[in-house]
Design a protein around this ligand. Structure first.
Ligand SMILES: Nc1ncnc2c1ncn2[C@@H]1O[C@H](COP(=O)(O)OP(=O)(O)OP(=O)(O)O)[C@@H](O)[C@H]1O
Ligand SMILES: [Mg+2]
Length: 287
C-alpha cells in the first residue's frame, strides 16, 4: 500500500503513433497525453507532424501503428464522427464555416436538432432550440453574437468564436485548435487567450497547435515540441525559456536544459536518427 495519491489519469493518450503517406514518414512513434481540463500546446516547425497527429486523434487518418486511449481505455476512431461522439472536437485553421449561413446554423451544421410536427411522422429542424443553444454557448465564451447573422458578416475573432461554440454545443471534453491565431490580429489573439482560459474554467481540455511561442507560453500548462515526426521535448510552462524552445524547434536540441525530473536524455538527444524514442515516455510522467 502506498500513501502517494494516484496520478491524474489522462483524458486522452496517444501512444507510439506511426504514420506514413507513401514515401513520406509523417510520424515515427509519437506519444503525448493530455489531462482533463488542461491546456496543452503542440509546437514544431512546418511538416513536423502536428496536424497529422491531431488528424489521427480526430479520426481523419488511421495510424499505421500505435494506439489511442480515452479515459485509460484503448480505443480507435475509424471516422471523425466516432471521435466527436466521444467529445473530441477540432477547430480548423480556416474555421470551416459556411459563409452564407447564419451563426446558429453553422453551430449545428450536420447535427441539427429536430422537433416532431403532426405526431411522430413529420420532423423539422428546431431552429428555436438552435438559437437558444447558440446564445448559451456564446455566452459561455463571453462573446455575444446575434445567432441570426450570416457568418460572412463576422470578424475573424467572431468566426473563431462560432467555430469554438460549435464544439462547445456538443459537450466537448477536448477541443483541438490548429493554428487558431494564424488569421487574427494582435487584439484577437488576446481574446483567444481569454477564451482558452474560459475553456479551462469550464473544465475542457485544449490542444493548441501553434508556431507562436508567446501564445503557447501564455496559454499552455504543458507542451510538447515535435520535429521530423518525433517528440523532441516535453515541458511544463515555466521549465524552459522561449529561446530554448525555439532552439529545440529548429535544431532538435537545447543547451543547458533543466533536468526537471523528466526525460532529459531524450531532450538532449540529437534527433534525426530513425530510432523510436517516445514509447513509454508519456506526458503522464510529468504529473
Ligand atoms: N494527406 C497527406 N498526404 C501526403 N503527405 C502528407 C499528408 N498529410 C501530411 N503529409 C506530410 O506529412 C508531413 C507532416 O505534415 P503535417 O501536416 O502533419 O505537419 P505540421 O507539423 O502540421 O506542419 P505545419 O506547421 O506546416 O502545418 C509533411 O511532410 C507532409 O507533407
Ligand atoms: Mg499543420
Amino acid at each position: 500500500m502506498t500513501d502517494a495519491p494516484p496520478a491524474t489519469r489522462p483524458l486522452v493518450a496517444l501512444r507510439d503513433i506511426h504514420k506514413t503517406f507513401g514515401a513520406v514518414t509523417a510520424l515515427r512513434g509519437v506519444s503525448i497525453d493530455v489531462l482533463p481540463g488542461e491546456t496543452f500546446a503542440l509546437l514544431g516547425d512546418n511538416a513536423a507532424g502536428k496536424s497529422t497527429l491531431m488528424k489521427i486523434l480526430t479520426g481523419v487518418h488511421q495510424p499505421d501503428d500505435g494506439c489511442i486511449e480515452l479515459d485509460g481505455t484503448s480505443t480507435h476512431f475509424p471516422t471523425p464522427s466516432a471521435s466527436r461522439s466521444k467529445g473530441i472536437e477540432m477547430v480548423y485553421q480556416d474555421f470551416a464555416l459556411a459563409d452564407n449561413l447564419d451563426v446558429r446554423t453553422n453551430v449545428f451544421l450536420g447535427r441539427e436538432p429536430q422537433k416532431k410536427l403532426l405526431g411522430p411522422f413529420l420532423s423539422v429542424i428546431d431552429r428555436k432550440k438552435m438559437e437558444h443553444e447558440t446564445n448559451r454557448v456564446l455566452e459561455r465564451l463571453d462573446i455575444p453574437i446575434n445567432p441570426r447573422l450570416k457568418v460572412r458578416r463576422l470578424s475573424g475573432g467572431q468566426r473563431q468564436a462560432v467555430a469554438i461554440g460549435r464544439a462547445l454545443a456538443f459537450d466537448a471534453r477536448l477541443i483541438i485548435m490548429d493554428e487558431p491565431t494564424a488569421n487574427l490580429s494582435v487584439a484577437k489573439v488576446d481574446k483567444l487567450i481569454e477564451v482558452t482560459q474560459r475553456l479551462k474554467d469550464l473544465g475542457i481540455a485544449v490542444i493548441i497547435i501553434t508556431h507562436r511561442l508567446d501564445e503557447a507560453f501564455a496559454v499552455a500548462d504543458r507542451f510538447a515540441v515535435m520535429r521530423q515526426g518525433q517528440v523532441v521535448g516535453r515541458f511544463r510552462t515555466g521549465e524552459v525559456t522561449e529561446t530554448q524552445v525555439a532552439q529545440l524547434i529548429s535544431h532538435g536540441t537545447i543547451e543547458d536544459h533543466l533536468d526537471s525530473g523528466i526525460d532529459a536524455a531524450e531532450h538532449r538527444r540529437k534527433i534525426g536518427s530513425t530510432s523510436a524514442t517516445t514509447t513509454g515516455s508519456t506526458l503522464g510522467n510529468l504529473s
